[in-house]
Design a protein around this ligand. Structure first.
Ligand SMILES: [Zn+2]
Length: 91
């Protein structure tokens, strides 16, 4: 799906329609020092391996893509509901 780089839509903070810049949501980088990573490292330590089942045979061939919209007037960021797409592009 191709999405325009900017679009005019409702901003909940301005309470009116304004121009928004569009980008695709990307998950943040995993940090080894974060609590969840430390917890997982502690659980995996010693005898016994993986502590929760890992899914290997994926049924889905697409990823949920989320659009991130940023208001150009107040820089409030909102996200659109993620939809399944094979390819998302901001043009
Ligand atoms: Zn706004």
């Amino acid at each position: 799906m191709k999405t325009p780089r900017s679009l005019r839509t409702y901003c909940p903070r301005c309470k009116t329609h304004t121009d928004h810049s569009v980008s695709l949501y990307k998950a943040g980088k995993r940090k080894a020092a974060k609590q969840g990573e430390r917890h997982q490292a502690r659980r995996k330590k010693g005898y016994g391996g993986q502590k929760f089942p890992l899914q290997h045979n994926q049924a889905k061939v697409s990823k949920k893509q989320t659009l991130q919209l940023k208001c150009k007037e107040c820089s409030y960021t909102l996200q659109r509901k993620g939809i399944r797409l094979k390819k998302a592009e901001v043009v």
